[in-house]
Ligand binder design. Structure first.
Ligand SMILES: C[S@@+](CC[C@H](N)C(=O)[O-])C[C@H]1O[C@@H](n2cnc3c(N)ncnc32)[C@H](O)[C@@H]1O
Length: 277
């Protein structure tokens, strides 16, 4: 059987479509990867070639295929406690400081955290573990962690909350026992129900404003590396609008947006705070 190849023109058209839909710039070096991922969609839809698939995708009849196309095109690599210093700060500084200042000011014991572009959920679930580990000082608090992503398939896995040992490679044994139930047959680890109750999930495109109440802390990590300057600016504007006065923004090591964060006070190379609060 001969394998059909993606032509220059087809590759350019799909790249432009991904850019418009998600802000992601696909490098020329990713052409084979894009071809392979598109071939999976050809098989799934029964469409014979890339040009017909493009026509279908961009037609009114193909609107329902767009989510599957974006699922296929996004890179969802993630794992628990990726960039460990962010979680050490969350559990070791942010949560204790918040509890102290709420006690002093008698302000509402309320916490909202957003994990933007959370993929299969390891980031928000790591946050939930840090929150659960601080239960004694957060007793009675109204806490909600929101995980969002553009990929519905990734979010479906996040909702299921079952992970293999690879995803848990940075989770200490004591925490595995405390916060997960092991299924010896499938060799997967399920997040305990009370932790899952802390997190909700939502399909969301970073290019669009998020219509939610303001967040005390937002994590944006390992996603904007794929965005160009213009789409990074749009995302940063949306993130800043979603941050509560006094709220913190945690930025991944490869986002490349440090020079777009002037309205925020820089606390560490990766930690920024909005004025007020
Ligand atoms: C490599 S994962 C990073 C996951 C996690 N934040 C981490 O640091 O491990 C990147 C995620 O960004 C998502 N993504 C890409 N473009 C997006 C967009 N425009 N809006 C929302 N999510 C997007 C992808 O679907 C993917 O799940």
């Amino acid at each position: 059987m001969t394998t059909i190849e993606l032509t220059d023109d087809e590759f350019a058209k799909f790249c432009e479509l991904i850019y418009r839909a998600a802000g992601i710039r696909i490098a020329d070096s990713k052409r084979i990867m894009v071809g392979n991922r598109l071939r999976r969609r050809l098989r799934a839809t029964g469409i014979a070639n890339f040009t017909d698939y493009y026509k279908f995708l961009t037609s009114a009849a193909g609107a329902g295929e767009m989510p599957q196309f974006l699922d296929a095109m996004t890179t969802n690599e993630t794992y628990f406690f990726r960039d460990p210093q962010h979680y050490q700060w969350l559990g070791g500084e942010f949560l204790p400081d918040l509890a102290r200042s709420a006690a002093m000011r008698r302000s509402p014991r309320r916490l909202r955290i957003w994990s933007a572009a959370c993929s299969t959920g390891e980031d928000p679930s790591s946050m939930a573990i840090e929150v659960a580990a601080k239960r004694p000082i957060l007793a009675g608090w109204d806490i909600r962690i929101l995980g969002t992503d553009i990929s519905g398939a990734a979010l479906a896995e996040a909702r299921a909350g079952r992970y293999d040992a690879r995803a848990l490679r940075l989770v200490e044994p004591a925490r595995r026992l405390a916060f997960f139930d092991e299924d010896a047959i499938s060799e997967r680890w399920a997040i305990k129900a009370d932790l899952r109750g802390l997190v909700s999930w939502k399909l969301h495109n970073l290019l669009m404003p998020l219509r939610e109440e303001p967040f005390d802390c937002i994590f944006i990590k390992n996603v904007l590396i794929y965005f160009d300057k213009d789409s990074k600016h749009v995302v940063v504007r949306n993130l800043l609008a979603a941050l509560a006065p006094g709220g913190y923004l945690v930025v991944g090591p490869t986002e490349g947006v440090y020079n777009m964060l002037e309205p925020l006070e820089k606390r560490k190379t990766w930690l920024f705070r909005k004025a007020g609060g």
